[in-house]
Design a protein around this ligand. Sequence first.
Ligand SMILES: [Ca+2]
Ligand SMILES: [Ca+2]
Ligand SMILES: [Ca+2]
Length: 178
Amino acid sequence: MKKKVALLTVVLSIAMIVFSGSMTAYAAHQCTKTVIIGDVNLDGSIDAIDLALLYNEVYYAVPFANPLQYIAADVNNDFSSTMYDYYLLRDYLLGEISSFPAGETYTVYYGDLDGDQSVTANDKSLLSNYLLGNINLTSRQYVAADVNGDGSVNAIDLAIITQYINGQIQHFPVCPQN
Ligand SMILES: [Ca+2]
Ligand SMILES: [Ca+2]
Ligand SMILES: [Ca+2]
């Protein structure tokens, strides 16, 4: 009996190794980009330039060139960039606070709109509903939905996500390397 259990454990461990191996192989196809929260110009550090860019966006409606910048600028994680983000970033640079409500970094999983870090039919359905005008997307979802990286979310992105789910393509155009 004991031997049988031991054998079963061995079989199960091998199965788990094989399974996790295939999971890793699948994850290699995953298309991600990580943003440092507060690094509004995406240069890898948080400084006065980021504060100036956020100021211009919040008070003078100067748009950011890269949609990832909206994620970096939303330091309080309320899905918009406002004067509250500006105050928090200022306080951070003045050393009055040492972290942001949105955390240190945020990783965009392209094609993943529901936040489960994988691309499934549910993500496709959320994107369809957005394109039909039934729902709004947060800045994080919007960036994730733009799988061809052209800065807008439309029927082309939906077509690409559909091809990806159907296994017709292995990579999104926004990050062809991985
Ligand atoms: Ca910066
Ligand atoms: Ca998902
Ligand atoms: Ca697009």
